[in-house]
Ligand binder design. Structure first.
Ligand SMILES: C[C@H](N)C(=O)N[C@@H](Cc1c[nH]cn1)C(=O)O
Ligand SMILES: [Zn+2]
Ligand SMILES: [Zn+2]
Length: 481
């Protein structure tokens, strides 16, 4: 395998400027799944990806997923699925890869130093742009790997099945049922031997990792309304119950300043931490400085790395995200908003069942609201939910990936869990019955979901080598599981 990989690596290096250009074209499409008016761009991005792969000879299909639940006027972006080589080679293993081509919202006015939808590369090779690390860079890593094999004249080692979605940042609407259907006998994904997802991040900036766990995410809205329209605070302030005042009280009652979730019953749903498990956290290559570097401040909740890692991977957290309908522009506007909608989410962990979490949340929010004795109206609802996932890293899929990491980066990877969520991971595991590996490309300082999101060129290029060499190692790894 060594000469083949050497030739492949050289090809990746030779093509590196084409790969950056490919990422630049992808970042230029503002495929924001959460913004209704951007839906045509999400679809455009799906077709861009499809065309890139078709040009390399892959068999690709854009599969419609129907209308968006609760927003029936919107058509969901298609699942872009494919197979490379176009005709299955029965003598080779089949690897199913997943990624997403939608991105989080981004505006220059949020505080970006550069245009979010223009890939901007600085002198250190940091490639800034929305979606660069989450998840356009990693998705294009698979495309690049195919191209580099072709240009190097190196035989592609596996049958690659691909599933790319455009709604991951909005709860993967519509995808679960599609995956379940397509994993059935005779369908597109039926013959997967293993699955691989590149859509998370290293713990620090130096050491690659393989990831075997994710937190779930239950995302809620609290709508409070009262007045028939927005009001002048000079004329009506002091005469009416104000929705924003009620909402601030309800939201403040969800979590305290130390990050403790104040909803009764939530803590009891969490699996107890075992002594054996505590040892795992001690051995992870992570420092508080890694945290401070990626936070961009020293505002961590805990002093120790073990407690910090547990706060990210092992315990639930509740975050307040924003308020729709509230005055948020610069300057001063003396308005009383008539209807405000607060958004928050809970990251869930074993053994929290999403339905149990919902019940506790709804009861608590209604109880807190009732105590306010306000005449306004409350509506609390779940926007979307995805369950947590924890797997065993003792599988040839992980062994193959560890070999690839050592070959490309020259170090053994850490085995990590991830605080973020990729809702379909569990679906792939259950629907295929196969092992799922998370193989991250980007690092802890990439600022996914934040302003100035970036992917280091080194991570993109070496990451492309990593994805390709993983396919070579998985092709040869003994597997009876
Ligand atoms: C880890 C992954 N790259 C990611 O960012 N996932 C999102 C998924 C999500 C859940 N609800 C909304 N989006 C995340 O963890 O926030
Ligand atoms: Zn992602
Ligand atoms: Zn994301």
């Amino acid at each position: 395998m060594a000469p083949q990989l050497d030739a492949y690596f050289k090809s990746v290096d030779d093509l590196s400027s084409n790969f950056v250009e490919r990422l630049s074209q992808a970042v230029a499409i503002p495929s924001i799944s959460a913004e209704d008016e951007r839906r045509p761009d999400v679809v455009k991005m799906g077709h861009f990806l499809k065309k890139q792969l078709e040009d390399l000879g892959a068999h690709m299909e854009a599969r419609e997923l129907g209308q968006q639940p609760h927003k029936e006027h919107l058509t969901l972006p298609p699942a872009i699925i494919g197979r490379y080589p176009a005709k299955k080679d029965e003598s080779k293993r089949t690897v199913l890869v997943y990624g997403h081509y939608d991105v989080q919202p981004a505006n220059l006015s949020d505080g970006w130093n550069t245009e979010p939808f223009k890939l901007t590369v600085d002198e250190q090779g940091r490639m800034y742009g929305r979606g660069s690390t989450d998840d356009k860079g990693p998705v294009l890593g698979w495309v690049n790997a195919i191209e580099a094999h072709q240009k190097a004249g190196v035989e592609f080692p596996v049958n690659l099945l691909m599933c790319f979605e455009g709604m991951e940042e909005y709860g993967s609407e519509g995808l679960d049922d599609f995956i379940i259907q397509e994993c059935k006998p005779g369908k597109f994904f039926e013959d997967a031997d293993v699955c691989c997802i590149s859509d998370n991040y290293w713990l620090g900036t130096k050491k690659p990792c393989l990831t075997y766990g994710l937190r779930g995410c239950s995302y809620y809205s609290i709508e409070i309304s009262g007045p028939g329209q927005d009001l002048h605070s000079g004329v009506y302030g002091g005469t009416a119950h104000e929705p924003m005042t009620d909402l601030v009280r309800v939201m403040a009652s969800l979590v305290d300043e130390e990050g403790n979730i104040l909803i009764p019953g939530i803590k009891e749903l969490v699996a107890p931490v075992t002594e054996e498990e505590k040892e795992v956290y001690k051995n992870i290559d992570f420092t508080m400085d890694n945290l401070y570097e990626s936070l961009g401040s020293k505002t961590g909740l805990f002093e120790s790395k073990e407690r910090t890692l547990m706060g990210r991977w092992r315990f639930p957290s509740l975050s307040l995200h924003g308020v729709e309908g509230a005055f948020s522009a610069p300057g001063a506007k003396t308005v009383i908003p008539a209807k405000v909608t607060g958004k928050f989410s809970i990251r869930t962990v074993p053994n929290m069942e999403p339905a149990d979490v919902d019940e506790l949340v709804f009861k608590y929010v209604n109880d807190v609201f009732a105590k306010l004795k306000t005449k306004n109206k409350l509506n609390v609802s779940l926007q979307h939910a995805g369950k947590w996932w924890v797997a065993s890293p003792n599988h040839p899929n992980f062994t193959a990936a560890a070999k690839a990491v050592e070959r490309v980066w020259g170090v053994k990877p850490d085995l990590t869990r991830e605080g973020g969520s990729i809702p379909v991971t569990l679906t792939f595991e259950q629907a295929t019955g196969k092992n799922v590996l998370l193989l991250p490309m980007g690092s802890s300082t990439d600022a996914a979901h934040s302003i100035n999101e970036k992917l280091d060129k080194r991570n993109y290029i070496e990451g492309t080598k990593l994805l390709g060499s993983y396919l070579h190692y998985i092709a040869e790894e003994p597997m009876d599981q």
